[in-house]
Ligand binder design. Sequence first.
Ligand code: IMP
Ligand code: ZN
Length: 342
Amino acid sequence: MANLTDFCVQLPKIEVHAHINGSLSPQTMRALVARKVDMNPELAAFEIPDSLDRIDDFFSLFKFIYQLTDDEVSVAFATQQIMEEFAADGVRYLELRTTPRANSAKGMTKASYIDTVLTTIATKCPAGMLTKLIISIDRRNTLEEAQYTVDLALKARECGFPIVGVDLCGDVMKGSFEALRPAFERARQQGQFPLTLHFNEVKENMHEAPELLSIYPERLGHATLLDDPSRAIIYERAVPVEICMTSNVFSKTVPSYEDHHVKELLEEGHPFILCTDDKGVFGSDLSNEYVLAANTFGLNREQLFEASFKSIDAIFANNETKDQLRAIWGAWKNQHQDLFTE
Ligand code: IMP
Ligand code: ZN
């Protein structure tokens, strides 16, 4: 009989909300610091804090993290490490996401950044796991920058790379979706890209909800705070929600695990996918998110399997891929009946 943690590691899982630069493990960060500390001694002093007072403090951490992935070799190394860590944690289907970033001092352009990530995915993805990429548009982008991100997505897909969607992310207090809407509309119309939008993380964002929902996003990230009209639309359309419990508790956008809004989704039978968001910053693997959900809401192993299995419905993939994954989940369950007795 396996303990709950072992069960959750072994359980085949879907991860669809993982920002590359938020997913650097402490080991990966240390390796990148070692590579760069001679040129930049200040890096040696940095540590990820144990908790944050406010979500604003989270976004400022990236001023440090981005110094670690400021060249193509580091980006490739980070991407490979992240894939290996997710695979070791039992993830069988991974949608990474990242914002194209340039650094002229090291000859990295936004195009070469994305090319590096995609080439690493194509050549270094561990056996037994599929990896795809969602391209992120940062709220602070100008419309021109956002359109360029869409250009990159369209071009990469033309070259046969697995870009599967477009995300809206970034500092919740900055920018506006409306200013960037034409880029999302073009991604949808020209590329048929499904959209996932970080949604209502904090109360200051809630006024944007009608605009975000009016583009018919295929998934929503967090959806922490719902007013009645948003809730009605999300339930009626059954929009799957990417749930990142530790991220929300760590950033203090929800008061505690017990008060997490996934409780309401569980009660309603609304589709959700347990995810990590930024496993490097928040120090929680996907298997740990399943443990937390089980311990907080009393889910048994059958229910954990069901949550993981149902997540397949919400991935940005065609029906053939979904059916293949369902078959893998089914076979795993048949072979591991012994793990279901607690
Ligand atoms: P990157 O896109 O790979 O560089 O990953 C880091 C970026 O993801 C950060 O700079 C943020 O813009 C974004 N990000 C990570 N977590 C969150 C979140 O919870 N809300 C909004 N944006 C986020
Ligand atoms: Zn996120």
